[in-house]
Each structure stands twice: as C-alpha cells, then as structure tokens.
Design a binder for this molecule. Sequence first.
Ligand SMILES: Cc1cc2nc3c(=O)[nH]c(=O)nc-3n(C[C@H](O)[C@H](O)[C@H](O)COP(=O)(O)O)c2cc1C
Length: 221
Amino acid sequence: MDIYEAVESRRAVRGFSGRDVPREALQRVASAAAWAPSASNLQPWHTYVVTGVPLAEIKKRAGERLSAGDPWDEPEYEQYPPALKSPYRERRSAFGEQRYGALGIAREDWEARQRAAAANWDCFGAPAALFCYIDRDMGRPQWSDVGMYLQTVMLLLRAEGLHSCPQMAWSVYRKTVAEILAPPDELILFCGMSIGFEDVTVGYRRTGRAPLGETVTFVEG
Ligand SMILES: Cc1cc2nc3c(=O)[nH]c(=O)nc-3n(C[C@H](O)[C@H](O)[C@H](O)COP(=O)(O)O)c2cc1C
C-alpha cells in the first residue's frame, strides 16, 4: 500500500467485525513499528498486544465497572488542558457533534452519548488491542515519541488490511487493564488501541480537518 493511501485511509474505526486478526500480522506490525524514531533512540514505549481470553477478560471487567456505575480511576495525566482555548475548543465540539450526529444523537442527549462512548470499553467489537504505556519519569518529548510510534503502528496496520482506533478512554479504567497485564508500577497507561477488520456495515462520517493554512505556515524564500 502506498504511504499516502495508508495515511488517508487510516481513521478512527469504531465498528469491527469479529474476524480474527492473524498473529503473524500483529507480529510484523510490532516488529516494523520498532523502527519509529525517538529522541536519542530512547524508544520510550511499552506495548502490550492483547487478544483472546486476556482481552475478553479486560473488556468483561471494564463492562462490569461501567454497568455498576463504578467511578473512573483517578487520572495519571491530563487528557486535555482544563480550559481549552480557541480554536481547539471549537474543533473539539465540532468533533463531538460530528461523531454523535453521525449516530443520530442530539447534542444535549448526554445519556445517549455516554451509551455510544461505552463501546470504547468493548474495543468497538475488535478482537485485538494494544495498550501503550510510558515510564512516568518521561517528559513531553518522550510522550511525543510515543505518539509517533503509535501512528507508525496504525499505518502499518493499514498495510495489513487492518484498521484501528486509538483510545485514551482506556486510561479511565487503567486499574482494570493492569489487573490483567500486570505492568510494572513505574508505567503510566497512555492509551489503548482497538485493532481489527472493519465492520463495513457500521456507518461513519469522515472526520474533517482544519484548513491547511490554520495549521501549516510555508515560509519561502
Ligand atoms: C491519543 C488519541 C486518543 C484517542 N482517544 C479516543 C477514544 O478514547 N475514543 C475514541 O473513540 N476515539 C479516540 N481517538 C480518536 C480521535 O477522536 C480521532 O483520531 C480524531 O477525531 C480524528 O479522526 P480520525 O482519526 O478518524 O481521522 C483518539 C485519538 C488519539 C490520537
């Protein structure tokens, strides 16, 4: 697959078929993604690729917490700045309207939004997932390294005919994930990622982007 096609066809897929993901594909992706760059080659990502019974157990326990109305685990990092300023605030609310609008959910229907968001903790039906951790000593440049690594993973998944959805949502049930994966205490769960073949019967609206001039400045001589 051409790299432009991989970039353009990657999107946050929120409906997966139950079709199993070949282990060899996950192995190939994990091996190739290790070539992602990082400052001084620290490679600060710690990735758990999870399928089968352990993933089913994570989903089951998260689902039980959700149904029980169990409070979220206290955050280990801030997902967004507390007061999101313009233009990010507007972009965030446009995203929410688009995401929930595509499901026919009105802006003020908080309960329906919550129900739709709950699919996060079932990995949107995906049979595979990864959970990406970073050492709590690491600083902003290393978090950015992890982002590059995750995008590398997602593009490689496209080359395998697979789709993905990165999910900070998993951080709110990080203790449940830890019960199964038992990561060392020094690691913070940055995000999960659902991985699988797309369920093409699930509708979606492609998330747009700001006009290029808002985010890129060409300085030419
Ligand atoms: C670090 C990160 C965390 C995200 N967390 C979630 C999440 O918890 N649940 C979800 O449905 N989408 C999540 N997304 C997907 C974004 O909403 C999505 O990437 C964005 O709206 C752009 O849409 P696109 O990826 O389909 O182009 C996350 C994306 C990133 C990069």
